[in-house]
Design a protein. Structure first.
Ligand code: COS
Length: 388
């Protein structure tokens, strides 16, 4: 539990309270079982929908709550305190919806966003392929306009979160290979579209309650009006989407870090060795102190970044990447430290910290590896200082 007052508004405090209640009553009691059996958390997503949290970041005219980045990070932090796998399924629906919100016409927004806002349908975002992940502009999937009426998609997307479970997919595909990043466009593909099927379902180290699957497009035909924005703007939509979503991943790191710290402190107070609770030993206290410092510093940075984004700031790539790196590197370190403080118990599946350690690792990898984030930060610094 943070002891810093972040001066949340009444509405923001309500979001935290509702998300916390779902986490304590639904997520924490089921997380071990869902992880063990690699089961998609349909019931919990329905509980989140009933609590009206799917629409947090969605404008009111499309059925949402009209909130912003800060509202999202508050909810995501709570869910991640319970389970990063379940929190990831929720975050991935927002990731899939952002391209529609950023670049979709009013007509396409009206068609898809109200269902996503209500949690009636889930979304997913598809960029990664066998040869394109960090290299976002290296995608091979193509979209060709057939008879001027329909787009025909061919290719395979890999490691797609919510793949096979979502009903709405935002896909980036090449529409003109000669034009580099300006030759890619974004489309909406629906579950059940002809020529669209699901491939390999992945078995993962962590976040096992989330679904990760291949999407296969074999002469997949979709209506012409499913393109998002103008032809050739897909890469920019993807970059802007990731700018908005990365603080969410950072908040998953904060939630996980807090949970790991809570487990470690409680255990250290109860575990007796050499006739004393181990928390009375300075060696253990120093580990806990460093964990607490890093969790709070990351939280402060994520909240500040989300508020900065909500202020209408336009160039947010550097700040978004900075908080993603800070909070997810923190989560990995703090989770490993928690396992160390719990010692033999920490290594056993009976205790939640081994799962936290497995789950933390993906935070440093997905939505742009932390090496890519450092590239983004470095390039932004280079640009900023060349102006002075
Ligand atoms: N917003 C708007 N435009 C952006 C942008 C952003 N955040 N980032 C880059 N662009 C623009 C650039 O300005 C450039 O346009 P101009 O040619 O007009 O200058 C264009 O996009 C190409 O940019 P750049 O040359 O930097 O592209 P690169 O191919 O070098 O890729 C990185 C840049 C590495 C940052 C990008 O590929 C990336 O983010 N990769 C990680 C993707 C990722 O997160 N993958 C994980 C799976 S998705 S969950």
């Amino acid at each position: 539990m943070s002891c810093v007052d972040y001066f949340l508004s009444e509405e923001q405090q309500m979001i935290v309270d509702v998300a916390r209640q779902i986490t304590d009553e639904k997520i924490i009691p089921q997380r071990a079982e869902l992880d063990e059996s690699e089961t998609f958390p349909t019931e919990i997503l329905n509980d989140i929908a009933q609590a009206d949290l799917f629409g947090l970041y969605i404008p009111e005219e499309y059925g949402g709550f009209g909130g912003g980045s800060f509202d999202m990070v508050l909810a995501l932090e709570q869910f991640a305190r319970g389970c990063v796998g379940i929190a990831t399924t929720f975050a991935a629906s927002a990731l899939g919806a952002y391209p529609i919100i950023i670049s979709g016409s009013d007509e396409i927004k009206q068609k898809y966003i109200p269902d996503i806002a209500a949690g009636r349908k889930w979304a997913a975002f598809a960029l990664t392929e066998a040869n394109a992940g960090s290299d976002a502009s290296g995608i091979q999937t193509t979209a060709v306009l057939d008879d001027g009426d329909e787009w025909v998609l061919n290719g395979t997307k890999q490691w797609i979160t919510n793949g096979g479970e979502a009903q709405i997919y935002t896909i980036i595909a090449i529409t003109d290979r000669k034009k580099g990043p300006r030759g890619a466009s974004m489309f909406v593909v629906e579950d059940g579209d002809p020529g669209f099927s699901y491939g390999k379902k992945e078995k993962k180290l962590g976040i096992r309650a989330s679904a990760t699957r291949e999407l296969v497009f074999q002469d997949c035909r979709i209506p012409k009006n499913r393109m998002l924005g103008r032809q050739g703007t897909g890469f920019f939509t993807v970059m802007r989407t990731l700018d908005l979503s990365r603080p969410g991943i950072a908040s998953l790191g904060v939630g996980l870090g807090q949970a790991a710290l809570d487990e470690a402190v409680v255990h250290a107070k109860h575990r007796v060795q050499f006739g004393k609770p181990v928390i009375s030993f300075q060696a253990v206290q120093h580990i806990l102190a460093d964990m607490a410092i890093q969790v709070e510093a990351s939280r402060a940075m994520v909240y500040a970044t989300a508020r900065y984004i909500d202020s209408g700031a336009r160039n947010i790539s550097k700040e978004s990447s900075m908080c993603k790196v800070m909070a997810t590197d923190m989560a990995m370190k703090v989770a490993v430290d928690a396992v160390q403080v719990l010692g033999g118990h920490g290594y056993m599946r009976e205790y939640p910290v081994e799962k936290m350690m497995r789950d933390a690792k993906i935070l440093q990898i997905y939505e742009g590896t932390n090496q890519i984030q450092r590239n983004v930060i470095g390039q932004a610094l280079n640009k900023e200082y060349s102006r002075n």
